[in-house]
Design a protein around this ligand. Structure first.
Ligand code: AMP
Length: 636
């Protein structure tokens, strides 16, 4: 008999220590915890203090050296390169041990940072797990970020070593990863003494910097069949840093612990994703995002089941490729993003229907709101439960979801359902007071945050307090701010209504508009700029940028292209604006604040709302005309 959601959830809230201890028992601890939760320094919550464990031991050794040694751990499919490979738990164990020995030989020790800038290849997982084995803190940077973004992250976390590949491929286009690393290292203030390059033979002319760079293969050969004992990590030791965009100009490094994260992920695999020992799990995300950390790498492997690692896009070489892979490997649980489905929806259904999807039980979606038409299309075409669930980099695992391993609740399209275990959520008003059902407000979490949620921001406890816990402080409440608007209905179901801050979500990826504005404003001809998110059919949101030039600046198409190029170079192609317009002024309030909501409404051809505070109404007309001149590319 499956557990009932209500009872289990109540237990997780009323007696979190008992609830999480029962889940922690299912994993290996070198030393048992002294206490389940230490909340004496709230909002710095520490789970399983005194406990000693190791993420790599639990994700790899436990299975490799037990009855699952010959079972696939990684199923790699790369339509981009034509590659396909299976790595068993035992093979993974051997590779991870050897790479851990390489890191050790290179002087990397517990607490040192290792930056990983890798495409979706099994070696990326090996590098991550080797760090976890020796207690080095990994920071994986999405291999689509530019050299500038990489340099910023290097400067923030001062890695002792960088692991990269020679290159990657996206839609057949080569991405020169090693060259990007070289440029980032030239630019960064922090000097990184060593770089290990996994040479895939994709890029011919990358340079080796003698004394700094070495090859993955040669390093592995040098250490031979080495074995490295897993480091006894405190549950409360950091395991990784993952950068995410926020309201500040620079991304923040979210810091994750070791034991709490492990326990939460393991529990989510059965409670939320409904997995058992025979499942085959595929998250189509990338290791550079939180979904990749939690559900390409750690979640499935901690649970001892194969994880599909996919290098490619949903529609290349054809829009049936995902379903071909589901059929080939008998994938049972899949996790993707609404944007991918919106893209697939444009193609005829036969691309899906041609495949035997009988193995597939559920499709989970997260990262951005799942609109109802896409939900219905996916549900009707796949004929499987489509489960929307909500979470963020900071939470590490779902906060609002249906639980397929318990008795599932009825699905309400447009809602990710109800709270995950241990998440005490509320929708509140400006004062931090709960609002009645059906009313929009800020989505907040009440302390304690459950295991797996962020510990702090790398290098700055103050930033952690300020970004997540200070919004309602004057009212004496400790509330964790998600940054999202939501509505809770009479049945306790949530609906997410988008960000309440200046963060936008392009194709499931978070982008801080301040980051974009800083980049544009750094151009010598730019006086000021405003970046906003506007509705987009496929990507959910797209970036629109409005620029005011300095007097005498040359208002040419070349300059416009230069500014677009600047954003791509400094942040990465994901930040490519859909629209970049030069205007003579931005709509501002009389107190000088840019009226972003007005900009957004003009772009989306909606009612402009209250304009009583606008400084100069002519700005509205000018933007309208500018958009029309571009053929109205962002109609809502
Ligand atoms: P990230 O940290 O980059 O994964 O982005 C997290 C943000 O994505 C959240 O704060 C939400 O704004 C949005 N998000 C994630 N999942 C959902 C969902 N299921 N429905 C609506 N918005 C979502």
């Amino acid at each position: 008999m499956a557990y009932r959601y209500e009872e289990l959830y109540r237990l997780s809230i009323e007696d979190p220590e008992r609830f999480w201890a029962a889940e922690a028992e299912k994993l290996h601890w070198f030393k048992r915890w002294d206490k389940v939760l230490d909340d004496s320094r709230a909002p710095f919550f520490r789970w399983f203090p005194g406990g000693e464990t190791n993420l790599c031991y639990n994700a790899v050794d436990r299975h490799a050296l037990g009855p699952r040694g010959d079972k696939p751990a990684i199923i790699w499919e790369s339509p981009e390169t034509g590659g396909s490979r299976i790595v068993t738990f035992l093979e993974l164990y051997e590779l991870v041990n050897r790479f851990a020995a390489v890191l050790k030989a290179r002087g990397v020790n517990k607490g040192d940072r290792v930056l990983i800038y890798m495409p979706m290849v099994p070696e990326a997982l090996v590098a991550v797990l080797a760090c976890a084995r020796i207690g080095a803190i990994h920071s994986v940077v999405f291999a689509g970020f530019s050299y500038e973004a990489l340099a910023d992250r290097i400067d923030d976390c001062s890695p002792k070593l960088v692991v990269c590949a020679d290159g990657g491929v996206r839609k057949g286009k080569p991405i020169p990863l090693k060259k990007i690393v070289d440029r980032a290292l030239e630019q960064a203030r922090v000097k990184v003494p060593q770089v290990i390059v996994f040479d895939r033979g994709l890029e011919r002319d990358w340079r080796t910097t003698p004394g700094r760079d070495s090859s993955w293969e040669e390093e592995l050969e040098r250490v031979g069949e080495a074995r490295v004992e897993p480091e006894r990590m405190l549950s409360t030791d950091p395991s990784y840093i993952l950068y995410t965009s926020g309201t500040t100009a620079k991304p923040k490094g979210v810091v994750r612990d070791t034991g709490g994260y492990m326990v939460a992920l393991h529990a989510s695999m059965w409670q939320i994703y409904g997995c058992g020992p025979e499942d085959i799990y595929w998250s189509t995300s990338d290791i550079g995002w939180v979904v990749g950390h939690s559900y390409i790498i750690y979640g499935p492997l901690l649970f001892g089941i194969p994880t599909v690692v996919y290098e490619g896009t949903p529609d290349s070489p054809n829009p049936g490729i995902w379903w071909e892979i589901v059929e080939k490997h008998k994938v049972t649980v899949m996790f993707s993003a609404p944007t991918a489905l919106r893209m697939l929806r444009k193609f005829p259904a036969h691309w899906i229907e041609a495949h035997d999807l009988s193995s597939l039980r559920y499709l989970f979606l997260a990262g951005e709101p799942l609109d109802e038409p896409t939900y219905h299309w996916a549900h009707e075409t796949l004929k499987k439960p489509v489960i929307d669930h909500y979470w963020q980099t900071e939470s590490g695992w779902p906060m609002i979801t249906n639980h397929m391993g318990l008795e599932p609740l009825p699905i309400k399209p447009g809602s990710p359902t109800r709270e995950a275990m241990g998440w005490k959520l509320e929708v509140v008003d400006e004062q931090g007071e709960p609002v009645p059902p059906g009313t929009r407000g800020y989505l907040v979490a009440l302390p304690p945050l459950p295991p797996g949620a962020l510990m702090t921001v790398w290098g700055s406890d103050e930033k952690y307090l300020e970004s997540y816990w200070s919004r309602f402080k004057p009212h004496g409440k400790l509330l964790y701010l998600t940054g999202d608007y939501a509505i809770k209905d009479e049945d306790g179901y949530y609906r997410l209504l988008g960000r309440a801050d200046e963060v936008i979500n392009v194709a499931g990826h978070r982008l801080g508009t301040r980051e974009v504005e800083e980049v544009i404003s750094s151009h010598p001809q730019v006086a000021e700029a405003s970046a906003i998110g506007v509705a987009d059919e496929v990507k959910g949101e797209a970036l629109a940028v409005f620029v005011v030039l300095k007097k005498g600046a040359d208002e040419s198409e070349a300059l416009r292209q230069e500014l677009i190029g600047l954003i791509r170079e400094k942040i990465g192609p994901i930040a490519t604006p859909k629209v970049l317009n030069v205007v003579s002024q931005l709509p501002k309030t009389r107190s000088g604040k840019v009226m972003r909501r007005v900009l957004r409404a003009i772009c989306e051809e909606r009612e402009l709302g209250d304009l009583s505070t606008i400084e100069d109404g002519a700005s509205v007309e000018e933007i309208r005309r500018a958009l029309e001149a571009l053929g109205r590319p962002v109609k809502g």
